[in-house]
Design a protein around this ligand. Structure first.
Ligand code: TYD
Ligand code: MG
Length: 464
């Protein structure tokens, strides 16, 4: 009779340890190991070694060349939310599992409710399972949403077996589980949301979804660092991982695919949270450029959000500081990138902000996580430090992109053509870019040259 064994699994990386340890041997995180019961493997066949000895009792299977495999072309379910469909690669594939992660209050429930409402309205069978809210709360949200959100069959339940039985009986085409952390498998120890539970819940839902061709949208929590909570294995298990980002207090949110078995991971959807739910922002560049000021400290960045060019405004404020060390505060860009840009500005471009507080913000709550944003950050900081607007008196706002290297050189980044075309489309110019960008850009080899091109007036040395 196989006995269950106890193993200790890291909730951050999924590594296993034979006993409880303070520090995970896999990822080095502290206090992440949790106890999990595991059924012991069946007794091994009496494996006397030697050539010719049987290695297993299972019968061999026959591998088939791919050319002889029947490929079923699924018709995707379009959710009616264009930005979501685009990020998914053209809609939901039947039988696929999509994990949507995001911080609390970002709009995961709203987005999934809207998608189901649209699908229900288009005559598809849907089911919304919520372990987080009561049916009455879900109704209150649905009342604010467009489409047939109020017609979506809803189940407020946390017991995994009940959810699976309901899925099997109702056979929806698309189902939302909000969230994977709230479901509980009764035959497993551990609280809902623990590593073992999350893994079991996701695994059993996956098996049912594949067997019954149900497209499942799994909502997942994120840790305070922003990574998807629960074991990493969850990301391996599902077909698609979407990340819903933005700040709760800000209007704009972005949806991007971190993994997609049925499409590219290059597409990003931009949404705005309004009274009636999430609204797609199709022409985000127009929105952000329209809101851009031309004051000192403002630079327009021609960024790439996946395969899509996006113009965003980067703002900086440099003010004398009493603090040692002075403050470095940034929103929407990486702190380490800011430190690097400030160091290069001081060392190679003659803009020293050593004893000043520096604040950098990407307007609209957008996050730009690409090295191409460096030049915009540098120009915004230099413009703020010198109290001069970029472009001087030129009638058109300056746009820029490029990576800043440690020796003060400007390095090229991906898709210069698309960035330039986007800047042109919105009447920006000149576009300051690294050498080799072509297409009529103002090509500059170094950060110092970029400053000369963007801040034409003689700089007054007002840096702190
Ligand atoms: P929600 O989808 O519940 O977030 P999550 O499931 O990710 O935790 O919604 C989050 C916020 O969105 C909530 O604070 C209220 C706001 N909201 C609107 O502004 N307009 C709306 O139409 C809806 C439905 C929500
Ligand atoms: Mg929610």
């Amino acid at each position: 009779m196989p006995r269950a064994t106890t193993v200790h699994v890291c909730s951050a990386c999924g590594a296993e340890a034979p006993r409880w340890l303070g520090q995970c041997p896999g990822c080095g995180e502290w206090n992440t190991l949790v106890e999990e019961q595991r059924a012991a493997p069946a007794a091994k066949a009496n494996g006397r070694g030697g050539p010719g000895a049987p290695v297993t009792r299972a019968a061999a299977a026959k591998p088939v060349p791919l050319s002889q495999v029947q490929a079923v072309r699924h018709v995707r379910h379009t959710t009616g939310i264009k930005e979501l469909d685009r990020v998914l690669g053209g809609g939901l594939v039947p039988g696929s599992l999509v994990l949507i992660g995001g911080s609390p209050g970002i709009g995961k429930s709203t987005l999934t409710s809207m998608a189901l409402g649209n699908l229900q309205g288009a005559g598809k069978r849907t089911l919304y399972v919520s372990g987080e809210e009561s049916a009455a709360q879900i109704r209150l949200r649905a009342e604010r949403l467009p489409g047939a959100a109020l017609e979506v069959p809803t189940l407020a339940e946390t017991d995994l077996d009940t959810v699976l039985a309901t899925l099997d009986a109702e056979r929806p085409e698309v189902c939302v589980i909000d969230s994977v952390q709230t479901l509980h498998a009764a035959d497993l120890t551990g609280a809902a949301g623990s590593v073992g539970q999350v893994r079991e819940v996701a695994d059993r839902i996956t098996r049912l979804a594949k067997a019954r061709d149900i497209a499942v949208l799994l909502v997942g929590h994120v840790t305070k660092e922003g990574a998807l909570a629960g074991p990493r294995v969850l990301e391996h298990l599902v077909d698609c991982v979407l990340q819903f980002e933005g700040e709760r207090e800000r209007t704009y949110r972005t949806l991007r695919a971190l993994k997609n078995r049925f499409g590219s991971t290059n597409d990003v959807g931009v949404f705005e949270m309004r009274q009636g739910g999430l609204v797609e922002v199709e022409d985000a560049s127009a929105r952000f450029v329209g809101e851009a000021t031309r004051a000192p400290g403002s630079a327009v960045l021609a960024a790439m959000e996946g395969s899509r060019p996006l113009l965003v405004e980067v703002q900086a404020l440099v003010s004398p500081s009493e603090l040692v060390p002075p403050r470095r505060v940034c929103n929407g860009i990486d702190r380490n990138r800011l430190a690097l840009v400030l160091a290069v500005l001081g060392r190679h471009a003659g803009v020293s902000v050593g004893s000043a507080d520096v604040f950098v913000n990407v307007a609209g709550g957008v996050r730009v996580d690409e090295p191409g944003a460096d030049l915009a950050v540098a120009l915004a900081v230099a413009s703020a430090a010198r109290g001069l607007p970029l472009g001087g008196d030129s009638p058109k706002p300056v746009a820029c992109f490029g990576e800043v290297g440690l020796t003060g050189e400007l390095r090229s980044v991906g898709h210069p053509d698309r960035r330039l075309a986007e800047a042109r489309k919105f009447g920006l110019g000149p576009v300051i870019a690294p050498a080799g960008s072509e297409g009529g850009a103002t090509e500059v080899p170094t950060l110092r040259a970029a400053l000369r091109a963007a801040l034409p007036q003689q700089p007054r040395a007002r840096a702190a």
